[in-house]
Design a protein around this ligand. Structure first.
Ligand code: WT7
Length: 665
């Protein structure tokens, strides 16, 4: 079927185009799941009253080399030392792949849709995927990758990325995927923090009408990464690249003699599976670490129950594998459940704003999971872009990453789901491993702009700022989680203290989410947004301090303060107040030049995704007498709420506020 040795997507594959033709009839049902509201309540009660028995039952059907000696390792301590299924031995890829071969060997595991609709798509059955993963794992092994090594992946959304991730897991290497929109500096930061010894990348990538020389970005990053010994390069665009002698090797050459079978490394339940960097309220992104068994049980469970996936469904999550949504709900969750998962290389608006819907029709997608920012960008295009597709195959719609506003919710429900498909608004975080609060499609209530009820295993509470639990419904507070669930973050790589301080110490006995939430009169949760200095731009998290650090690298800049403000498409936009060196911004032309230069700096330090939407050059920032920037005021000004600034008398120099208001962009 597939041109096996390298999965070079530049070579045409010769697979049939009708998805139904190679999906096997259902042989075994996907694991039993919650099917009624009553089931949900029973499951929820059990998960609280007898969690050990509940999770042991759910863990039972997996392939274990050795069973656990203890299901849960205690409650949250201020140290944040939750463990799950301790003593067990397993390999997650045996559960994603080998376990399905007998019954789903010929079922499609991955459908890959390229960036350009005129190019051929690719399809991999579970058997083919298993072989490709084994081969890739052998290549990694031959190059010297060992259990526990950190491997960074910087790649486009092509099957090789999925295969590389699973190949790492196969041999017990810890994968750390870096979203392929990050800059060389951002890559270097992550590679160095993880002390990665291997990097996997491609020659280039397609993103809509653009092509990006990925390998060149990696080369630039690696000038500052002494830990990296080898770079494995996958040919995708067929571009010439610079190969560093002794360091860089081509995958297709290494794969020529690699065997098609590879025994899976036996892992401890608590061995780290991956590191994924995410932003916090301090300047430096942190490496969120998930471990093997708990993450496996949690992603499988949440995937099956939230999306109510059936054996013959084609499931599509539009997230990039560079984010946690791609890890848990494009890759691990669906493969653990034996589902068919679609992987898309492109963007929602290329070649036009109908691309998502065209792909849904083409591959008969039945479960579709995307982000509000994508919906909002498509809403802005003429309605014909969606109305010209049938979308008959759709059954369930999902949303993730940021609050979905009413308008976007209704548009999605009406024009995409034709008022027939339940919408699940799934709240979770990189740190939670999987979905925490969400409707179960068609089973528990789905209310616009509300994530809904917690999943079994999740005990959310609302806290006052002082840490008092707020009882009853129709209440608002800081969202925290009371008891460990299997997918909870285990540590931040190389710095457990940071995890402890961020999540477990603020409110001892709880996991602190950093979000504010409201519980409505029926107990449904609505996420209001971050209560810390994290902003959510198009569903991507940035610390304001992280963007400020980047801006401050610019030679014209003396100081900066970044806040979020409401943005029609992105949810939140980035608003930067910047103090520049005297003499650098005297004329209008100087200002334009400096603003452009600041944007360039941010793109180089972090990537295009962190580009400020607005830059306002100011002569001072509102500070308290103790020197603390009053962000509340900056946020209000950015939001245009200048009539309700509150008390400004404690400011060192109240006059700067007037200047800032009059200069607002
Ligand atoms: C933050 C986590 C969840 C995976 C992708 C983002 C916000 C996430 C929702 C939602 C309202 C949401 C929260 C959260 N968020 N989902 N359904 N409704 N807000 O993961 O990058 O770790 O960001 O995204 O503020 O804390 P992440």
């Amino acid at each position: 079927m597939l041109s096996t040795p390298s999965l070079r997507t530049s070579e045409a594959a010769t697979t049939p185009t009708n998805p139904a033709s190679s999906i096997m009839p259902a042989t075994v049902p996907i694991h039993p799941r919650i099917r009624t509201l009553e089931d949900y309540h029973t499951a929820y009660r059990r998960s609280v009253e007898e969690p050990d028995a509940y999770w042991a039952e759910l863990a039972e059907p997996f392939t274990w080399r050795k069973k656990w000696t203890q299901v849960r390792g205690g409650q949250f301590s201020p140290e944040g030392t939750a463990t799950w299924f301790e003593g067990a031995k397993l390999n997650i890829t045996e559960n994603c792949l080998d376990r399905h071969l007998a019954t789903r060997g010929n079922k499609l595991a991955i459908i890959w849709e390229p960036n350009d609709p005129k190019e051929r798509h690719l399809r991999l059955t579970y058997r083919e995927l298993h072989q490709e993963v084994c081969k890739f794992a052998n290549v990694l092994h031959n190059l010297g990758v060992e259990k526990g090594d950190r491997v960074c992946l910087y790649m486009p959304m092509i099957p090789s990325l999925a295969i590389a991730v699973l190949a790492c897991a196969r041999i017990g290497a810890i994968h750390s995927v870096i979203f392929a929109g990050f800059s060389a500096t951002a890559i270097a930061d992550r590679v160095n923090d993880a002390q990665a010894t291997f990097v996997v990348t491609t020659d280039g990538l397609n993103r809509g009408a653009k092509q990006i020389p990925v390998k060149r970005v990696v080369d630039e990053a690696l000038e500052h990464c002494p830990s990296v010994r080898k770079v494995l390069v996958i040919e995708h665009l067929g571009w010439p690249v610079n190969m560093h002698e002794g360091r860089d090797v081509w995958y297709h050459e290494e794969a020529k003699d690699a065997g098609k079978s590879c025994p899976a490394e036996e892992m401890d339940a608590e061995d780290p599976l991956f590191i994924l960097y995410t932003s916090g309220s301090t300047g430096k992104p942190k490496g969120v670490v998930h471990s093997t068994a708990g993450y496996m049980v949690w992603t499988d469970y949440t995937f099956r129950n939230v999306f109510q996936v059936e054996e013959n469904d084609v499931y599509w999550c539009t997230a990039d594998i560079g984010w946690v949504t791609g890890h848990s709900y494009l890759l691990y969750g669906p493969l653990l459940a034996g589902a068919t998962t679609l992987m898309f290389e492109g963007v929602p608006t290329y070649p036009d704003a109908g691309r998502f819907w065209q792909v849904c029709d083409k591959h008969s997608v039945s479960v579709f999971y995307t982000a509000p920012t994508a919906i909002r960008s498509l809403m802005a295009a003429p309605l014909d872009n969606v109305l010209s597709y049938s979308l008959d195959s759709l059954r369930v719609l999902g949303s993730v990453g940021e609050p979905i506003n009413d308008e976007a919710w209704y548009w999605y429900f009406q024009h995409v789901g034709k008022e027939r498909c339940p919408v699940v608004d799934t709240w979770w975080q990189t740190e939670t491993g999987g979905i925490m609060i969400s409707a179960l499609a068609g089973i528990t209530p789905s209310k616009p702009a509300h994530a809904g009820l917690p999943l079994p295993g999740v005990q959310p509470v609302l806290l006052t700022q002082e840490g008092q639990e707020i009882e009853g419904n129709d209440q608002e507070g800081y969202l925290a989680i009371k008891a460990p669930w299997p997918g909870v973050i285990r540590t931040t790589y190389g710095d457990h203290e940071r995890a402890r301080q961020t999540y477990f110490q603020p409110y001892p006995g709880y996991y602190f989410t950093g979000d504010g939430a409201r519980r409505d009169e029926n107990g449904l949760y609505r996420i209001i947004g971050r209560v810390d200095d994290v902003i959510n731009v198009s569903g991507h998290r940035f610390g304001t301090a992280e963007i400020e650090n980047a801006i401050n690298q610019n030679p014209h800049v003396v100081e900066s303060a970044v806040v979020g403000y409401p943005h029609d498409v992105k949810g939140q936009g980035i608003y930067a107040y910047v103090i520049c060196r005297t003499g650098d911004v005297d004329t209008e032309a100087d200002r334009h030049h400096v603003e452009a230069s600041i944007i360039e700096t941010v793109v180089a330090e972090i990537g295009k995704i962190a580009r400020p939407d607005k830059i306002q050059i100011v002569s001072g920032l509102p500070k308290t007498r103790s020197g603390k920037i009053m962000r509340r005021i900056l946020r209000k000004v950015a939001e245009g709420e200048t009539s309700s600034l509150g008390d400004t008398t404690t400011l060192l120099d109240p006059a700067v506020v007037d200047e800032i208001i009059s200069g607002k962009k």
